[in-house]
Write a protein that binds this ligand. Sequence first.
Ligand code: F6R
Length: 244
Amino acid sequence: MKIIKALDYNDMSIKAANIISEQIKIKANSVLGLATGSSPLQIYKHLIDWYKKGELDFSQITSFNLDEYYGLSKENRQSYHYYMYDNLFNHININNQNVHIPDGDNKNAEQECLNYEKAILDVGGIDLQLLGCGHNGHIGFNEPSDIFYPSTHLVKLADSTIQANKRFFESEDEVPKYSYTMGIKTIMHAKKIIMIVSGESKKEIVKRAFFEPITPQVPASVLQLHRNFTLIVDKAAFSLCENI
Ligand code: F6R
């Protein structure tokens, strides 16, 4: 595990954006695993900016998102589909046919999950996976559990996740209770993984995930075992780990 210490959210974002940009420059047809949430927003702004300046070309890029709320259509403003187009895809030259996000509208979970896994395998796997970290240590929507669930699956969201994500919805009742998510094996098979974590509110989970034993109760802790994993963490989120 490699740790890159950043000053703050902006510094963390530019450092992560540079790694993604390098990946795209080194391999024009890279397969990127992408995340939603607050953490990657600034990264996506940098990527759009560099695309507009002619420094980045997404025409051969393939993307797979980590997760999508079950029951939300692509048009729903709270769906991760909407988020990705709004915050990134509408502003770059990625080919829509190469964009993959679980279909929250597909009620046939078995079929949706098998298709998603197959689509990842068909392109030879993910080259670079971007991850955020939930306050409870979830990655994608792999919530704390007794096991590391391997492949893409339908998951019941933890109450703490519903609480954390209600800020994006009109009311808590509107937050979907289930989500499709890549599994732990799906994520761990990525050739490279970067995780971005920022802010005081994540300091406890950074310590538990990366300085304590690996456990499915803290799903992010499994990343300690990945052979090419980089944690990009700002001062506030790393504050409990400085002296370890
Ligand atoms: C989103 C995702 C989640 C988030 C996590 C952190 O696609 O997979 O695991 O990365 O919930 O969210 P933020 O960045 O909003 O703190």
